[in-house]
Design a protein around this ligand. Structure first.
Ligand code: IPD
Ligand code: CA
Ligand code: CA
Length: 268
């Protein structure tokens, strides 16, 4: 059953990807939701397409979509839609963004797709059926230690001053092969699932940023929790997704950093 929903999500994500490519080739029409929080015509057009398709196919389902075009229904099924994850990249012509669509059944994620229309990479997962990249099974990496890991993070587009992540960025950079900051949380998670990153963490992500990616990581054999080791709830304050093997080590480092005064200078 999850695979039926997944097929619909895949088809819709590909259609939305076409819209993003069309808009990417045109001059931008940007407005601001917050100080550095952009929204473009691409976000809006992509969301309109995705939401209208989901409503046609599943009129009784709840749809939570970032730009507010969803619907709230009395249903066990809820869709999570990020019509353009990586808007800042998109707006600067930096070629790293995606469409993210996921479905939860009574709170359990059962289908998820993350599509990068520029590279053509489509990551998909259905609960209990594994994760794929362009139809081929993917698994998380086998790296055992943080010191041999490439990891990834992101910073929110609003209230950056209140975000402690710069301290985590600093520390994890010194303890690993490096920290990437690619600007699309959905792709970051898909890359953990595909074994390209050993881990990804971020604070303050929304349900539509993470729903599809979390299922991808779990179905690819990885582990997802909050940064303090609790179960991750969609939209929770922090997220850590790893290959499972470096998870405990990353949690230990995160716990150490959390003890420090966030306003203090970086330790030497
Ligand atoms: C953002 C991206 C980014 C992450 C931000 C998100 P948006 O989503 O996922 O990587 O660091 O926290 O808000 O606004 O481009 O959909
Ligand atoms: Ca997003
Ligand atoms: Ca978005």
């Amino acid at each position: 059953m999850p695979s039926t929903y997944l097929s619909a999500a895949v088809e819709i994500a590909r259609e939305a990807g076409k819209i993003l490519l069309e808009e990417y080739a045109r001059p931008l029409n940007i407005t601001y939701k917050g100080d550095v929080d952009l929204v473009t015509q691409a976000d809006r057009r992509s969301e309109e397409l995705i939401v209208s398709r989901l409503k046609e196919l599943f009129p009784q389902h709840t749809i939570l979509a970032e730009e507010g075009g969803g619907q709230s229904m009395h249903s066990r099924f809820s869709w999570y839609v990020d019509p353009l994850d990586g808007t800042t990249n998109f707006a600067h012509g930096y070629p790293c963004f995606s469409v993210s669509i996921a479905l939860a059944d009574a709170g359990t994620l059962i289908a998820g797709v993350v599509f990068n229309p520029l590279s053509g990479e489509l990551f998909a997962a259905a609960r209990g059926e594994g994760a794929t990249l362009n139809g081929k099974p993917i698994r998380v990496s086998k790296v055992l230690e943080l010191a041999k890991s490439l990891v990834c993070t992101g910073f929110p587009t609003h209230k950056r001053q209140a975000n402690p992540n710069i301290h985590y960025y600093w520390d994890f950079t010194l303890r690993s092969h490096g920290v990437r900051r690619d600007g699309s949380a959905a792709l970051d998670l898909a890359f953990v699932a595909a074994g390209r990153f050993e881990g990804f963490w971020e604070f303050g992500l929304k349900p539509w940023d993470t729903a599809a990616g979390v299922l991808l990581v779990e179905e690819a054999g990885g582990r997802v929790s909050s940064l303090d080791g609790q179960p991750y709830d969609l939209g929770g304050p922090s997220l850590l997704a790893t290959n499972g093997l470096v998870h405990e080590e990353m949690l230990r480092v995160a716990a150490e950093i959390a003890q420090r005064d966030p306003s203090a200078p970086f330790p030497r």
